[in-house]
Design a protein around this ligand. Structure first.
Ligand code: UFG
Length: 329
């Protein structure tokens, strides 16, 4: 039986990944400072260590106590707007924590890391959909921080034998189809959960950030990928890391949806209008981000099972209806 360390395993994407690892019988230790994560999102049978990755002694203690086959690194600051407001502390925290983690992993003899990376490192990409060979040009400090981590771990791969995969997600959305987990950020900044809460009358109208982008309806286009499909991708890439020591994949459903299309989907699925107002552009937002995930499909057989926008909304809405106050319920 394999055992994995999942940093940020109490958070949105990390917790769905923990669930998938447990479902195939793997053992998991979660390391999370619970700044965004929730203890209630960690399933029974999984050890939760509450600690900040910046506390090197605590990270070292986890590696001293357990033997891990690989580390899945989700824990990070990930809100683009926050990165624009605090570029240095944002980059410093994300990079510094990842370096501590990788160093302690290698020191303990754990030589496999799966990194939660991001489409944000492509910035305003020259071509769409974005494949792994697209030029890298982060348009915000968040994307820059993930690029720096990728590059640092690449050196550890070349010089220290680290087996390393970077998974560049586009927009994670939806929640566990069986309703065991959901999305619960504080503050919530993501479009779909904000639209769902607005439709349920649990939040004020949301603001559409910009209607003057060079897209058919003027709003930003994103590639939404179901969080359970993301989790499935992690399992497949972990397996492939056995035979291929350095991997990079872009992960999306391959279809772009505008902000307006997301609001329409929420309205359709929830059966309520989504109250909203129009506002200016949000700093750091590229107009279009759509993934080409052919490499992942070809190499691992991955196929998104929940690629429809309405399915993503339906799973997220079901959890939210069952947990109006999120994990506090
Ligand atoms: N949006 C609004 N109003 C809101 C919130 C969002 O119009 O209140 C718009 C944004 O401008 C953007 C789209 O909805 O065009 C999606 O925004 P999100 O905040 O949901 O997601 P982002 O695309 O900004 O970022 C997400 C993750 C990042 C990751 C990125 C990769 O939060 O960590 O996807 O595509 F880098």
């Amino acid at each position: 039986m394999a055992q994995y360390l999942v940093t940020g395993g109490a958070g949105y994407v990390g917790s769905h990944c923990v669930l998938a690892l447990r479902a195939r019988g793997d053992r998991v230790v979660v390391l999370d400072d619970l700044s965004q994560g929730h203890a209630a999102a960690v399933p029974e049978g999984v050890t939760l260590v509450v600690a900040d990755l910046a506390a090197r002694d605590k990270v070292a203690a986890v590696f001293a106590e357990h033997r891990f086959d690989a580390v899945l690194h989700f824990a990070a600051r990930s809100v683009v707007g926050e990165s624009m407001a605090n570029p240095l502390s944002h980059i410093g925290a994300n990079l510094g924590n990842a370096l501590i983690l990788a160093e302690e992993a290698l020191r303990a003899g754990c030589d496999r890391i799966l990194l939660s990376s991001t489409a944000a490192l492509f910035g305003a990409a020259e071509r769409q959909p974005i494949d792994e060979d697209c030029p890298i040009a982060p348009g915000n400090p968040y994307g820059e921080s993930k690029l720096m981590i990728e590059r640092a771990l690449d050196w550890a791969h070349k010089l220290k034998g680290l087996r390393f995969a970077a998974l560049r997600y586009f927009n994670a959305a939806g929640s566990d189809p069986e309703g065991r987990l959901g999305e619960d950020h504080d503050p919530e900044t993501h479009l779909m959960p904000l639209a769902i809460d607005a439709a349920l009358g649990r939040r004020p109208p949301l603001t559409v950030f910009g209607e003057d982008y060079p897209t058919p309806d003027g709003t930003c286009i994103r590639d939404y990928v179901h969080v359970s499909d993301l989790a499935d991708a992690h399992l497949r890439v972990l397996d492939r890391l056995e035979s291929h020591p350095r991997l990079t994949y872009n992960i999306g459903s391959g279809t772009g949806h505008s902000v307006r299309a997301v609001l329409d989907a929420v309205e359709r699925v929830a059966g309520n209008p989504v109250p909203h107002t129009l506002g200016p552009r949000r700093a750091g937002d590229p107009a279009v981000l759509v993934a080409a995930s052919e490499a992942l499909k070809r190499d691992t057989g991955w196929q998104p099972r929940f690629a429809e926008l309405d399915t993503m909304v339906a799973t997220a809405l079901a959890w939210r209806r069952a947990h109006p106050d999120g994990y506090a319920d």
